[in-house]
Design a protein around this ligand. Sequence first.
Ligand code: GLN
Ligand code: ZN
Length: 761
Amino acid sequence: MQNIISSNVGYPRIGEQREWKRALESYWKKEITEKELLERTDEIRLDNIKKQKEKGIDLIPVGDFSLYDHVLDTSAMFGVIPERFGYEGGKVDIDTYFAVARGTQQAVASEMTKWFNTNYHYIVPELQSVQPELTENRPLTYYKEAKEKLGVDGKPVIVGPITYLQLAKGYDEADFSSLLDKFLPLYVQILKELEDAGATWVQIDEPIFGTELSEKVLDQAKQVYETFQQAAPELKIILQTYFEHIVNYKEVTSFPVEAIGMDFIQGDSLALLKEFGFPKDKVLACGVINGRNVWKANVEEKLNLLNEIQHHIGESPIIVQPSTSLLHVPVTVKLEAQLDSGVKAGLAFADEKLEETVILTKGLLQGKDSIQKELEKNQAELNHFNKETDRKNERVRQALKEIEASGASAVERGLPFKDRIKEQQKARHLPILPTTTIGSLPQTFEERRTRTKWRKGDITNEQYDAFIKGKIEKWINIQEELGLDVLVHGEFERTDMVEYFGEKLNGFGVTKFGWVQSYGSRCVKPPLIFGDVSFDQPMTVKETVYAQSLTDRPVKGMLTGPVTILNWSFVNEDVPRDTTQNQIALALREEVEALEQEGIHIIQVDEPALREGLPLDKKKWKAYLDAAVYAFRLTTSSVEDRTQIHTHMCYSEFHHIYETIDGLDADVISIETSRSHGDIISTFEENTYDKEIGLGVYDIHSPRIPDKEEMKQNIHRALQVISPKQFWINPDCGLKTRNETETVGALREMVKAAEDVRQEV
Ligand code: GLN
Ligand code: ZN
């Protein structure tokens, strides 16, 4: 190989304008046939490859495209399909594939959880009693496709066996090695066939090496890669890690692979190189362009970084690439015509990051002078970004400093929970096992169309407000009729729980097409935090107060918390993350106080992203969690004792953050549980949680309407470990993506289930 080449780790699937999403959803609605779906998605996939070729990327990933999720693709490739979907081996047809992801009326979907510390969700493989087989050589299919149709000698991407099995469930740790033995021959076959087909490179993704692994697993991993090397000696394997430095660096870099891919953005890869060097016989794939954020790279600084890396690794060849798959950033800045030009000058999405990668590669190969023009342009754009936008706010910086200086007391509630709960009970009389929902209610085409019209100026502010009010009224009536105890206004004014706040807070910008995939066809548009954050105007008061005016039952105010806003935004890199997080908290605290002043005494501050933000390296957890707790309390602690603070989180695996949950000091927490099939309940078995808690009693990610008996079972199971005095009954998560029939149907069953169980306790 040439000593220095460029590469990409993965490319967004969704298309410049989310064409992918539309194709999938049309198919699910049976508006298009399977053939049409495949035609449309083939086109997107090939366009993506073409684009990367035109940009001048040397190693273009293939097989990273997916119709839902790459972990699910891996499962389908190995025939890892749970029995309940009626699968009988062989190639997995498309409807079975989607059924595993989305569930059917007969079968509950597989669990979905976050991909490491990102907001991307993968479908958790279920390994109980499966006999893996190679149902199709997927990487080979896409390798051949790119070669035949586009003349591209692509780099197939595969989820590595260690990561795949570590993320799977349904087996005991003790069986890890026997399972690995079952999958190993399948991986070997894939690699051999790729080698036979003439593939030069293959990228095996093992982000799990960013976490700490036992010696045993590391030994087995080494054997796996030895087997790969023996089986396909001509194939050049890039062992790709990301989201963190390699925690067991010495072990992993000793594996017999051609190249190691390392993330030089998240984690301390450079420090590892300094301390331990890098094996002379390997290629270093340097992830120096940030695959997780949207800011333009300072090309000169990146070139210096690469020079420094080179200095530490000596003669080893280098691959220049983004730090992670570009799945986590939007496709192109090109379409953002309405953005402030100063902000736009500071942005680089996937396509622009590939351009940066190519420029850097050239600079490293031919010297800095060879990219003089590009460097000047880059500097000019960064200057524009720094100058034109309002990026600093001294008032906020000062206010935060003062609060931080006054210590823990600045973020404490008046009375401790056991005393203030009495005030809260006095303030309102809720039945035992109160019912509520998580906040959002169905949003249909109508909401989206009306919002678009309003944004375009086709309807007036008054018309839009009246429309939202109409929705609130309709759903307050429905909730009353259903007999729910604590109502919500429904979040109809929000496209997204983070973007909405981003549009209203100072220091934020919002893009038009800056979408990234979150789960399945669902995409989110993270706002940009380009400067210091501060409160500008009330954000939720109008809608909440209106909803409350329509009913005697309590309406719960609804905000997104500081940790989640931070984790789901593209964050300014000029100040420490914790500082930005606290700035957001301070702004939200003003909102909480405004709601309280207007008579809203139940306020939910959602933190669904708290857990996902955990760094891969456990050594960093405490600092992250302490900061999260501080910011949450900064947001919520100034309210009266009788005001009840709720919070909501998604997803299981709460064992290791139990103390944090307690530390938030929220009066009520609701947690998603049904997709974790009970795992979460054991957390509460082992601990004595004294505050109130709602464990989701049905899964909202699936269109299936569960009946009351099924929900009662879930409630009963929870009540074995949690006192009915503490327990709330609610769905798993927000209902925005469900339709009215599904929502009303399921909530009716939920209220009935609550009534039945109340009779028993
Ligand atoms: N309140 C939000 C909603 O109901 C919470 C969403 C979430 O947890 N992701 O949509
Ligand atoms: Zn949720």
